[in-house]
Design a protein around this ligand. Structure first.
Ligand SMILES: Nc1ncnc2c1ncn2[C@@H]1O[C@H](COP(=O)(O)OP(=O)(O)O)[C@@H](O)[C@H]1O
Ligand SMILES: [Mg+2]
Length: 427
């Protein structure tokens, strides 16, 4: 995005620098000159200020951010408009986001439980108020150690938050968001609730413990993973107690009914599953020991398991291993997977605009984006083709190719009938 207001004044805010950029807004570090305090200032992109739908969405974001007073939700200070530009001023969190932490490798299990426990507190409160976040990913979880003796977490970015039961769509019916952490019902355009966020929280747990998102690859592979594959086992990537695989399998259940009742339950089950680690859980987990070579009929050990493949085989040895598997880089990270899930860290969008080595668009151009819209960078929501109705082969290309056949065949048939009628009439 070429827009950079650094050094300029926006009302009583002096813009000091860029904190992050999305497709629809830029997050700045700024100073409220009246109060002399530092703030995080989200300014709607100039290129979309004329778009009514985006303006409405931005106003919704401000309302949703201010709707919940919670210690783990970033507090909103101010909302307004200057020179046609909408802005939201909020507490400046002096730290980093979870995506940056995960990009350095797996997080110590005890730390992951502590951080996600705070996210769960925020989410359950949100859900009790009838809201669903719908854009839960590591880039939207802010972490600071400057405010207390322990690390404090703020849930941020309520740009896609919804009240009510419908999945998020634009006026043209596009799915809006990153599929990397999206629940099956959200990808399908079915109704969503707190358990939709719970699924994303479970995916984040997976990413914290292993250093990578559960499903990686091209956009369609990621989506098909969420829709059709069993979650990959955490223990196939890092050495942790096997019970964690059961927690993830339930947290990432394909239907909301299969999951935990609320986010705190998921975290409590995680804490329980990882408790055998004790103090050892203060260290990042080591890579899992290489498994025996799989037989031809079995999927690769570190990959997701097709749902039809029956029960997941017993997990590997759960004790830390002294040596890393072949191909493991220094630092204990498991071997990198395909580009999309890893591009820009696990929170990166898998889709158009994804980072280097990333993925081509599946949904064609991002149509609702007005002319002059900038390239999207890592961590930003992407628009995908409108999800297919439930039960259909969602996002599959099959219907397209059928349509391609049908059009010429129908045209030829109609033409033949007209010729026959003309021959009969005038012949
Ligand atoms: N209150 C804040 N304090 C400090 N950094 C923030 C704050 N809110 C967001 N950020 C940083 O800016 C990035 C973009 O902000 P976000 O609200 O998620 O915008 P977008 O809608 O573009 O994703 C976040 O991923 C985070 O790294
Ligand atoms: Mg964000």
């Amino acid at each position: 995005m070429s827009e950079d207001l650094t050094g300029r004044r926006l009302g009583h805010y002096k813009i000091d620098g860029v904190l992050g950029r999305g497709g629809m807004s830029v997050m700045y570090r700024a100073t409220d000159v009246r109060l002399g305090r530092k703030v995080a200032l989200k300014v709607m992109g100039e290129h979309i200020t004329g778009d009514g739908e985006f303006r409405e969405r931005f106003v919704d974001e401000a309302r949703n951010t201010s709707a919940i007073d919670h210690a783990n939700i970033v507090p909103l200070y101010d909302f307004g408009e200057v020179d046609g530009m909408l802005y939201i001023a909020m507490r400046l969190v002096d730290g980093s986001d979870l995506a940056s932490l995960i990009s350095e490798g797996p997080i110590a299990p005890n730390r992951a439980v502590e951080l996600l426990g705070q996210v769960a507190e925020a989410l359950d409160t949100l859900h009790e108020q009838g809201l669903v976040h719908l854009d839960l990913k590591p880039a939207n979880v802010l972490v600071t150690s400057r405010e207390a003796s322990h690390e404090h977490v703020y849930l941020a970015d309520f740009g896609l938050t919804r009240r009510g039961a419908t999945g998020h769509r634009t006026s043209t019916g596009d799915f809006l968001g990153s599929p990397t952490y999206a629940a099956p019902e959200h990808l399908r355009g079915e109704s969503v609730d707190g358990r939709t966020d719970l699924y994303a929280l479970a995916c984040m747990l997976f990413a914290c413990l292993t250093g990578g998102a559960p499903y990686k690859g091209e956009v369609q592979e990621v989506i098909q993973g969420h829709l059709q594959l069993d979650p990959p086992r955490v223990t196939s990537r890092v050495a942790l107690p096997p019970a964690i695989d059961d927690v993830l399998r339930r947290g990432m259940g394909k239907t909301p009914e299969q999951r935990y009742g609320n986010c705190k339950e998921l975290v409590a089950a995680t804490r329980n599953a990882l408790s055998p680690l004790g103090k050892q859980g203060d260290q990042p987990p080591r890579p899992a020991a290489p498994e025996a070579a799989p037989s031809a009929s079995q999927p690769p050990p570190s990959g997701p398991h097709p749902m039809s493949s029956g029960p997941v085989p017993p997990p590997p040895h759960s004790q830390p291993q002294p040596t890393a598997p072949p191909g493991t880089p220094p630092g204990g990270m498991p071997p990198p997977g395909p580009p999309a899930g890893a591009a820009g860290g696990p929170g990166a969008p898998v889709g158009p605009g994804a980072a280097p080595g990333g993925t081509p668009p599946v949904g064609g151009p991002r149509q609702p984006m007005p002319p002059g819209a900038p390239q999207q960078g890592p961590g930003e929501p992407v628009r995908l083709r409108p999800p297919m109705p439930a039960q259909s082969a969602s996002f599959a290309k099959k219907s397209d190719s059928t349509a391609r056949w049908l059009v010429p065949v129908l045209a030829i048939s109609v033409f033949t009938v007209i010729v026959v009628i003309l021959i009969i009439a005038f012949g």
